[in-house]
Design a binder for this molecule. Structure first.
Ligand SMILES: [Zn+2]
Length: 352
């Protein structure tokens, strides 16, 4: 079977790999459409955690079930499903303690394309179909379903972890696909003022559409003093970090309100070293600002709920898909597009 594999730093190749294995609770699936993610770009082109050569990439996918294990109840061959990027092992004891992302080991919730072969292949498997795969409701487009598996749930995780109250001022740093969904999540959570930080015109327009009341360009102003000015010197009630290098954490601390401010990070920091926490705006360790850093929420129930938000008209992530390619063999072209980010690109969908 053909699959797109990591073949060394900066390189991908199509190779013949082993067929996926069917487990009693699992399923074998055939991708219908996939999307490369910035984290695939990090894995291949640097900044990500080193992967073994021959590793099958990819974790954003909608797929048709082609075979199910003997214990599967809710899915059958022919079903069209959304496959969550995050697939916790719900049979792990630590899940009962609420530890979804890192139950048995750090990042155990992120299996596809990481500890298991990914979805950029003719076929792939999941270990537990009933708790992993999401039924796609009537009326949802392929673009919408595909965006729900990672981009929507990750952006919304950022908003949820910011504990937004009605009328809060929320600053979203970074308005790539994840940041745009964090803007939408903040608006749906009741934020009043939403200050988005970004520069690419296509993303600026969408940020306003999804609920940003102000968009700041870090190229044209000092973000921290501008957020302070827009909040009468108080600072934002919550800051969601959805992009940028290590310096954004320092800026987030500087622009967050003392006493009750929340900082919610869903950004991926590449490399090693340290994240700077400023001593002064951190109140010398007593500022009352809360920092939360978390992996996106995943699993079947979560992604089915994301798609309910879409089918009920609360959110439409389809404008995020700016580029379409056709055919399995175009996935590497899509990956290069995500790396090179032409001005009109947000996400690219490859229809298999
Ligand atoms: Zn992703």
């Amino acid at each position: 079977m053909k699959a797109l594999v990591f073949s060394g730093p900066g390189k991908v190749e199509w190779r013949d790999v082993d067929e996926p294995k069917l487990l009693p609770y699992g399923a074998i699936l055939k991708p219908i459409a996939v999307a490369p993610c910035s984290s695939d770009v990090h894995t291949v082109f640097g900044g990500g955690v080193p992967k073994q050569e021959n590793h099958v990439l990819g974790h954003e996918c909608i797929a048709e079930v082609i075979e199910v294990g003997s214990e599967v109840r809710d899915f059958k061959p022919g079903d069209k499903t959304a496959v969550p990027a995050i697939t916790p092992n719900w049979r792990d004891k630590a899940i009962q303690d609420g530890n979804y992302g890192h139950a048995s080991a750090p990042f155990s919730g992120h299996q596809l394309g990481r500890t298991q072969p990914g979805v950029f292949a003719e076929r792939f498997s999941v270990a537990d179909a009933d708790t992993t795969l999401a039924h796609i409701p009537e009326g949802i487009t392929d673009e919408q379903a595909l965006m729900s598996v990672d981009v929507v749930t990750t952006g919304f995780t950022g908003a949820e972890n910011a504990d937004i109250r009605f009328g809060d001022c929320v600053c979203v740093m970074g308005i790539g696909p994840i940041g745009l969904m964090a803007v939408a999540g903040a608006a749906l959570s009741g934020a009043g003022q939403i200050i988005a930080v970004g520069t690419r015109p296509i993303c600026v327009n969408l940020a306003k559409k999804y609920g940003a009341t102000t968009v700041l360009s870090y190229k044209e102003c000092d973000i921290v003093s501008e957020v302070r000015r827009l909040t009468s010197g108080v600072g934002a009630d919550a800051v969601i970090i959805a992009g940028g290098n290590a310096n954004v954490l320092e800026q987030a601390y500087d622009m967050t309100r003392y006493g009750i401010g929340r900082i919610s990070n869903i950004n991926y920091f590449g490399g090693t070293g340290y994240l700077p926490l400023p001593i002064f705006s951190g109140g010398r360790g007593m500022c009352g600002k809360t920092l939360r850093m978390e992996l996106a929420k995943g699993g079947r129930s979560r992604i089915e709920r994301m798609m309910i938000m879409i089918s009920c008209g609360r959110i439409d992530p389809s404008p995020l898909v700016t580029h379409h390619l056709d055919g399995l063999e175009k996935i590497d072209d899509a990956l290069y597009l995500m790396r090179d980010k032409p001005a009109d690109l947000i996400k690219v969908m490859v229809r298999i």
